[in-house]
Design a protein around this ligand. Structure first.
Ligand code: C2G
Length: 132
């Protein structure tokens, strides 16, 4: 049984998120997703996600390709999460290419291409413009 792990915020859930999770699931038999906490987002980006943590977790958990979700509290804890979830493969979008190569000693690290021309930031911006 091959266990895959991936991480993300998955705020204002869109097709790029679906594509990434479906492809990650196809790489193994079991997919675990670390959903970044509201506090982790605030510390990284200086703003909270539009959808709060519990809602982002519930949306990701409801997908047929996802077996398990947990809260990612810190970017620094990836090694611990990989071990706790017995992951064989860490899958990340290629916006993170090279950033997690050092976890190759714990599991295989794979970067998949992002879906072009869709992002949470652009969606938020277009709604702002539409309503503003
Ligand atoms: N994604 C994608 N195509 C897009 C947008 C996102 O393939 N157009 C992928 C990202 O590459 C990532 C996943 O969807 O693998 C979730 O994206 P984000 O919510 O933007 O995740 P991020 O904030 O980068 O994750 O440890 C990582 C952190 O949790 C941060």
């Amino acid at each position: 049984m091959t266990r895959v792990i991936t991480f993300g915020t998955f705020d204002v859930f869109h097709i790029g998120h679906v594509n990434m999770l479906v492809r990650a699931a196809e790489m193994g038999d079991h997919l675990t997703v670390g959903v970044s906490s509201d506090e982790l987002n605030f510390s990284k980006k200086g703003r909270y996600p539009v959808y709060r943590e519990e809602h982002r977790m519930a949306i990701v958990k409801s997908l047929a390709c996802v077996d398990q979700v947990f809260v990612e509290e810190s970017l620094e804890l990836k090694g611990q999460y990989i071990k706790e979830h017995s992951a064989d493969i860490l899958v990340m979008g290629d916006d993170w290419a090279g950033k997690f190569d050092h976890w190759n000693d714990l599991c295989k690290v794979v970067y998949l291409p992002r879906t072009a021309e869709v992002s949470t930031t652009d969606i938020i911006q277009s709604i702002r413009e539409e309503l503003g």
